[in-house]
Design a binder for this molecule. Structure first.
Ligand code: SF4
Length: 663
């Protein structure tokens, strides 16, 4: 709280722009749709706390029964309730979330042993806090009705009964240039067809949070229960209000995911690192300690908590004993194709201890695999989205839509070509059908091996398979051909699991190839393509020499988006190769502003992939009123972005081939 209250001075990796966060996860659409379920609701639009409180108070006194964004305050506790409903018998606090539900049963909030499901806990804590504040607020006004909490969410068991739901929610800009969602005042819920939302009674979950005596007695916390935590945090707010400094809390394993950080804990863009302050004070760390590689930076380390609780913060304090269990765990060793996780972690730790300074490259293992690939090699990358409220009739919430791909081909003689790309504008039509058609045309010219980076492409081709089976715009013969094509590239997953066996042209996961055979100090704990590409370019003198020349985009190396020779190698002031991703204009920078960087950060981890900016920009295009020129620029930026993802894969493969040829 010390740092959260002082955002002028402290960096915070979590976005403070609720609109862009909502755009990224579809929450603004969900919020507006939820309001339509209460046509008589009064919308408290005031941003200023005091004005909003005064307006809410007045409406409650006037007997309004539904208030959106109702502002309630008790002591130092201030909340905005998404939907406050006051009936003759109870007061309902309805929290609207974009997290999906399956039906309206409250049992989904709990795990198998009857404990709160960990994915629901933050949502339940949110609504529990609001219920506690609302109880105090209404009780202080002599209104002693029971206050109950509910969650209103998109329901994955419901399908959209109309096309183009999103067209009713337009993004506009206010006089200060800030984006907001504009809904036609004539719009009613019946015009949107069947409701996509369900209300889940959260009261059992709220009671479970309030009666929980195990989760809120953490070291340094002056409380043992949820309500105790509320009172303690309120006391801290009172201190802050009186100008007193809020005390530092003890550092611990939880600091691994602290959001008040900066790169290397150094002051950046005028903001300082709160984490640095905590460790300077709590552990007396100086610059030497801040520069040492930390346990929390080890890739995918599950025993992080236990190691830090033993007081070991630095990678050099880890020993092989920390990995013994993993190295003998049969589930870890079951996939003989892949380097065991613990071994890869140990490579990272050994490098941090100075035991080797260069790259780890298993050319022997790579050669074995590469010898089985069929030429030419095809590198593909998809950009996709999964909107909370579907854009198209018959779709369920969060159904995947593939809107863009890029395709590079590398021939055995070294010829590299940007062979194809697809970018569907959407705007009322599902681009997935045309996407699959275009991909079919691209990849059926030969039977060369096809590469993806991570499993994302497999997941979305499975979605496309389901979509074609359910409703295809093509004739039976073409549909069957497309289904066979999709099956040839994929293994059946998700809802399709077991429907077909992986074919002999199944896509090869390049991220797995990297994880198994390559590590570079610049990658640190990440295997995302954005970390691997600069590492490969810095590791390979041959690639540097080749791509220093402006050959990309010429007839020697054609590109669909660059018509003049382009050099991929630009040096930084310290002589390293500049990250090619950093040289691209940020997608949607003009339309979405600087906060797009925050969206990028949100999606920049290995699990979710790197398509956050593309997804947000494309979604923005579906909703926003944009000039043709603005839309054209956004589409061009998206093409460059996706093209870089596939040429990055080609560069990585070229690097592997060069190093193998040296053996
Ligand atoms: S470093 Fe740790 S104690 Fe300090 S703010 Fe971050 S998580 Fe909290």
């Amino acid at each position: 709280m010390r740092f959260a209250l002082d955002h002028a001075h402290y960096a915070n990796q979590k976005s403070e722009n609720p609109f862009l966060l909502a755009l990224a996860d579809g929450g603004f659409q969900v919020g507006e749709m939820a309001k339509l379920h209460h046509p008589l609701g009064k919308d408290c639009k005031a941003k200023d706390n005091e004005v909003a409180l005064e307006e809410t108070n007045r409406w409650i006194e006037e007997g309004e029964s539904v208030i959106f964004e109702a502002a309630l305050k008790s002591g130092f506790k201030y909340i905005r309730v998404d939907i406050l409903e006051i009936t003759d018998t109870e007061i309902r606090v309805i929290e609207v979330k974009s997290k999906s539900v399956k039906g309206s049963g409250s049992e989904q909030l709990f795990g198998k042993r009857g404990k709160i499901d960990s994915t629901w806990r933050p949502y339940l804590e949110d609504v529990a806090f609001q219920v506690c504040v609302a109880r105090e607020y209404f009780s202080s006004r002599g209104i002693n009705l029971p206050v109950r909490g509910f969650l209103m969410c998109p329901d994955k068991t419901k399908t959209s009964s109309i096309d183009g739901l999103h067209e009713h929610f337009i993004i506009r800009r206010d006089h200060r240039g800030r984006a907001f969602c504009d809904v036609n005042s004539e719009l009613t819920i019946s015009m949107l067809g069947e409701s996509m939302m369900s209300v889940v009674d959260a009261n059992l979950g709220i009671e479970a949070v309030i009666s929980d005596t195990e989760s809120y007695g953490k070291e340094g916390w002056e409380c043992t229960t949820f309500e105790g935590a509320i009172h303690w945090l309120e006391d801290l707010l009172k201190m802050n209000d009186r100008g007193l400094k809020i005390p530092y809390l003890p550092v611990g394993h939880h600091c691994a995911s602290c959001s008040f950080t900066t790169p290397n804990e150094l002051t950046a863009e005028g903001k300082i690192s709160g984490r640095r302050e905590c460790f300077e004070r709590g552990m007396q760390w100086d610059q030497v300690e801040f520069e040492k590689p930390k346990v929390w930076d080890v890739w995918n380390l599950r025993s992080k908590r236990a190691i830090i609780e033993e007081g070991r913060w630095f990678m050099h304090e880890m020993t092989e004993d920390d990995f013994k269990q993993d190295l003998t765990d049969p589930t870890e060793l079951s996939d003989q194709d892949e380097l065991p996780r613990a071994q890869r972690q140990w490579i990272q730790i050994s490098a941090s201890r100075g035991e080797f300074k260069d790259v780890y490259l298993d050319t022997e293992g790579l050669e074995k695999k590469i010898s089985k690939f069929k030429w030419p090699l095809h590198f593909i990358d998809f950009e996709t989205t999964a909107p909370a409220i579907p854009f198209y009739k018959g779709y369920v919430p969060y159904q995947g839509v593939s809107f863009q791909f890029s395709h590079h081909v590398l021939h055995k003689d070294g010829t590299l070509k940007h062979a194809g790309q697809f970018l569907g504008p959407g705007l009322g039509n599902d681009p997935t059908y045309a996407f699959v058609e275009a991909l079919y045309e691209e990849l059926t010219q030969d039977d060369g091996s096809v590469f993806m980076y991570s499993h994302h492409e497999n997941t979305y081709l499975n979605y496309a398979h389901s979509l074609l089976r359910a409703s295809s715009p093509f004739d039976d013969v073409k549909t069957k051909n497309l289904l066979i094509f999709l099956e040839s590239l994929t293994w059946s997953s998700g809802a399709n699991k077991g429907l077909w066996d992986a074919g002999d042209r199944v896509m090869i996961d390049m991220a797995k190839l990297v994880r198994s055979h390559f590590w570079h100090p610049d990658m640190s704990g990440s295997n995302s393509i954005k970390a691997v590409l600069p590492a490969v370019l810095n590791a390979s003198k041959e690639l540097q020499v080749k791509y220093m020349e402006p050959i990309y985009g010429t007839s020697a190396m054609p590109s669909l988006n660059r018509s003049e020779g382009y050099s991929w190698i630009v040096r930084t002031s310290d002589g390293k190769v500049e990250d090619p991703y950093a040289l691209l204009p940020k997608i949607g920078q003009d339309s979405l502003g600087e906060d797009l960087l925050t969206i990028e950060r949100l999606y920049a981890d290995d699990k979710v992939g790197n398509g956050g900016a593309a997804m947000t920009a494309w979604s923005f295009m579906q909703f926003a009123q944009m000039a043709d020129e603005e839309r054209r620029e956004l589409l061009e930026a998206l093409k460059h972005y996706c093209e870089l993802d596939t040429i990055a894969m080609a560069f990585i493969m070229e690097y592997f081939l060069i190093e193998i040829s040296k053996q």
